[in-house]
Design a binder for this molecule. Structure first.
Ligand SMILES: Nc1ncnc2c1ncn2[C@@H]1O[C@H](COP(=O)(O)OP(=O)(O)OP(=O)(O)O)[C@@H](O)[C@H]1O
Ligand SMILES: [Mg+2]
Length: 258
């Protein structure tokens, strides 16, 4: 059995897309690519992803159409939906250690974290991740704050050794297609000077990111913990490219034995 790779989308800023990417990647990799994943929802006390899963389960129960879709998906995948485990932030590391030794450990464990760094528990949890990806929009204050965050992780956690963390990457999110692309290249050159690597894949700003099952169960679903992103909405979202790039970085292959 392969070891679990622990991945977190993290940033000290709130609302940058951490939970969005956690769900989209977990669902795409599990339901479309067959990679065994789980989510540890450490964003206490609200546990928004665990709440989202519960709401979705109730939507499915109350809708014959969604129930049928869920049944077909389970038959196709040959397994139940992936686990979303709510855990208190301060108990996350201990829980994770036990979970990763258990028989039902996943190939990739995604951690959903709160948007803060002023918390000793967040630092401890990040030290126990293998890779951290920091979503960031092209906003002056968000860039400054994210660079500070990446530098902190680099200097205090990676360079210090004694932990699992191998690398931290920037993920450009909410890219406005109308903005000049040269501007982003200029930002990338600047990040290179600071030795911070952005992923090649960037994510456009798009209303489809708000199309979640829990908000609108009657329509095409992009974001759901129970279903894969709808194919027509995946096109142009760059989520497939993001999944390819991230799995290549963390060394997980599609179709490998669990
Ligand atoms: N590429 C995108 N285009 C449009 N909206 C987006 C995009 N990415 C994320 N969003 C939206 O931004 C909002 C914040 O996203 P999300 O909740 O994932 O952020 P977060 O970093 O987890 O926030 P928090 O720190 O509060 O946990 C959501 O409404 C989400 O739909
Ligand atoms: Mg969140």
């Amino acid at each position: 059995m392969n070891d679990t790779i622990v991945v977190a989308f993290s940033n000290q800023k709130g609302g940058v897309g951490k939970s969005t990417f956690t769900v989209l990647l977990a669902s795409y990799l599990y339901y479309v690519k067959g990679v065994n994943v789980a989510i540890l929802d450490c964003d206490s006390p609200q546990h928004s992803l665990n709440t989202e899963r519960k709401r979705e389960l109730s939507d499915v129960e109350n809708s014959p159409h969604l129930s049928e879709m869920a049944g077909e998906l389970t038959a196709k995948c040959g397994r139940q939906p992936y686990a979303i485990v709510p855990v208190k932030l301060e108990e996350a590391v201990d829980y994770m250690k036990l979970y990763l030794e258990s028989e039902d450990r996943p190939r990739i464990l995604f951690l959903d974290l709160p948007g803060t760094m002023n918390n000793i528990h967040v630092v401890r949890v990040i030290s126990n991740c293998d890779y951290v990806f920091c979503p960031m929009a092209a906003d002056k204050y968000e860039i400054e704050s994210t660079i500070g965050y990446c530098n902190y992780i680099r200097e205090q956690i990676i360079t210090g050794g004694q932990n699992n963390l191998k690398e931290v990457y920037i993920l450009w999110n909410k890219i406005d297609a109308r903005e000049r692309t040269e501007l982003y290249h200029e930002y990338d050159d600047f990040l290179e000077l600071l030795n911070i690597e952005p992923l090649k894949t960037s994510i456009p700003s798009s209303v489809r990111f708000k199309k979640s099952l829990s908000v609108n169960p009657q329509k095409l679903v992009f974001r759901s913990t129970l279903f894969p992103p709808d194919k027509s909405l995946l096109r142009g979202s760059n989520i497939e490219q993001l999944a390819d790039e991230i799995t290549s970085i963390i060394g997980v292959k599609y179709g490998e034995e669990d």
